[in-house]
Design a protein around this ligand. Structure first.
Ligand SMILES: NC(=O)C1=CN([C@@H]2O[C@H](COP(=O)(O)OP(=O)(O)OC[C@H]3O[C@@H](n4cnc5c(N)ncnc54)[C@H](OP(=O)(O)O)[C@@H]3O)[C@@H](O)[C@H]2O)C=CC1
Ligand SMILES: O=C(O)C1=N[C@H](C(=O)O)C[C@H](O)C1
Length: 267
């Protein structure tokens, strides 16, 4: 088992982090090397496997990286990602950064880690969502000169606990659409009397209900017909499997910025 990849998890006590702990421990090519969470976490000092409900795995949750790891997987909060990105950059540890809700400045700071270490920063690790990004790009490209004009809106649904809105994935869908079609206005919800819709808008609508693990629908609305492209997660494991594939991919790379399309063979 000496050639197992040592994986660290940041946000290990969270909804995503717990599933990363469980699935790392089930993967024969991976070994859990470290589990981190916030300095105020009630899980500090507890066994990461016990917290994740899979039984003891012999790794205590800590607030600082003291153990050796080959790759870090981060599903935490912006402050947590910034801290771990700094450590990964200094120690040249590959980083799979999955946290969303970053400001543009925070995003730039995380991206700077790629100067010294291999990095993936992606709002969504799932195979289905990353394939959908390709399909949405193709649809946007094909429809951009439609004579009737095309109104594009992004609808996302997530669980009631999600703190950022719209989702990082919804914003990324919007970037793809704007790159292809040229919209300049990103409109978040509507109320009152905003007036007739402009073709230069992309509208975003964030629903927060129950335990929904994530759904995205891109609406291409034309005169006389509509295309809805929808991708739905069923479990958080869809994101974790992508993150584990990304960790294995980064372990073989030089410092630099890589994408989930690289990892998943979608390019
Ligand atoms: N890219 C992708 O595919 C996906 C990304 N995500 C993103 O992952 C992030 C986490 O989601 P989720 O697991 O649901 O959220 P949770 O709130 O359940 O988990 C976040 C964890 O990070 C911890 N944390 C907070 N601050 C720090 C810090 N400074 N250092 C280390 N740990 C910290 C939290 O601890 P405490 O509670 O004590 O504050 C908590 O345990 C979100 O940004 C979400 O959008 C989610 C799913 C898929
Ligand atoms: O918080 C979540 O749950 C998710 N967050 C990511 C996002 O903001 O895009 C990815 C996924 O949709 C689940």
């Amino acid at each position: 088992m000496g050639d197992q990849l040592l994986v660290g998890v940041n946000g290990a006590a969270g909804r995503m982090g717990q599933r990363v702990v469980v699935l790392v421990c089930q993967d024969p090519d991976l070994k859990l090397g470290s589990a981190l969470d916030s300095e105020n976490s009630p899980a500090l000092g507890k066994d990461a496997g016990e917290v994740a409900g899979t039984g003891s795995v012999g790794v205590e949750i800590q607030s600082e990286l003291t153990d050796r790891v080959d790759v870090m997987i981060d599903f935490s909060m912006p402050s947590g990602l910034l801290s771990v990105a700094k450590v990964c950059a200094e120690r040249q540890i590959g980083l799979v950064a999955a946290t969303t809700g970053l400001t543009p400045e925070q995003r730039d700071e995380v991206l700077s880690a790629s100067q010294t270490t291999p990095l993936i920063l992606a709002p969504n690790m799932s195979l289905a969502v990353n394939l959908m990004m390709k399909l949405v790009r193709e649809a946007a490209h094909s429809l951009k000169n439609s004579p009737s004009g095309v109104d594009v809106e992004v609808i996302e649904r997530h669980h009631r606990f999600k703190e950022d809105a719209p989702s990082g994935t919804a914003l990324h869908f919007g970037e793809i659409i704007a790159e292809e079609m040229g919209q300049t206005d990103h409109v978040h919800g509507r109320q009152g009397r905003p007036g007739a819709r402009s073709i230069s808008e992309i509208g975003y609508h964030a629903l927060r209900t129950g335990d929904n693990v994530g759904e995205h629908t891109i609406v291409f609305g034309m005169m006389g017909e509509t295309i809805d492209l929808t991708v739905r997660g069923h479990t958080r494991d869809s994101y974790v499997y992508g993150a584990l594939a990304a960790a294995k991919y980064l372990a073989a790379q030089r410092p630099g910025l890589y994408s989930m399309a690289d990892v998943l063979g979608l390019n």
